[in-house]
Design a protein around this ligand. Sequence first.
Ligand SMILES: *Cc1c(COP(=O)(O)O)cnc(C)c1O
Length: 334
Amino acid sequence: MHLARFPRTRLAHLPTPLEPMPRLSAALGGPSLWVKRDDCTGLAGGGNKTRKLEFLLGEAMSQGADTLVTQGAVQSNHVRQTAGAAARFGLDCEIILEARVATNAFDYNESGNVQLDRLMGGKLRQVPAGSDMTAALEAVAQEVRDRGGKPYIIPGGGSNTTGALGYVDCAIELVSQANAMGLVIDRIVTATGSAGTHAGLIAGLALVGADIPVLGIGVRAPKDVQEANVHKLAVATAERFGHGDRVHRDMTVANCDYVGAGYGLVDDAVIEALKLAARTEALLLDPVYTGKGMKGLIDLIHKGQFAGETVVFLHTGGAQGLSGYTSVLDGHLS
Ligand SMILES: *Cc1c(COP(=O)(O)O)cnc(C)c1O
């Protein structure tokens, strides 16, 4: 298993810290909770997309691309980090934002990640919810070709086998940190959306034979769809190393009971999770992904799961989107 065979750029501050969360563990009276700080990857605010972009940009640069083309929800952290990666390599960045969350709120549409996308020179355009985003990416790539440019398309969330290599890398990094500390990890918990993070972790853990289960807390799709997406991508990612057979279907487990009213929609339990993490560990979670992941983790602990375990919560970032939710959170933070 030799990750250095794949083209890579250096964008992330690695390794990210692996830290205990004693005050959150005590507050929940539950398992021993640790956090893997992938909110600290360092690129334009950081987050999980930075690890994926190291490999995606490696491929883009090796193909001589001059323009990145990608898509996401309006408050996409992936889009922000892609705009940052483009700036770092002097590339243009064409961005298609899907109005996936039905709101005209000024903060949602202009603050948070959107402000940072613009600040870094991302060229934004919006399409309605439910648009065919794959077709939209191809249409914009064709525009770039027509003007003599060389586009490199990055799918939503950077979730293909190339992006997922970033989480193969994270799996190796986490296991080696735990080994060096003498820490036995019983379980990893992460928010799971476009699937690349979850799939890359599963592939990486399977490739190194670590036998650590990963629980994905879904933020959008129902369980059957999410698990199928993650499993398919995990197999395909391991297959890049010639070892797709090491990834078994039962390694992919997603709990999609915490989506609430829908993608990007905040509920009381999400707000409680944001407050608890912030007030016990100064951990800044986000309303769309890590807040839902923590909502799920808290509820499952209350239901007695993970008793006696050491659980690592993968903090995938997203706090840069918080100001896009100012009006939603207003009056709920005291
Ligand atoms: C994109 C994102 C996720 C989900 O990762 P996927 O690889 O898309 O499943 C989780 N947390 C944050 C903050 C994200 O931006």
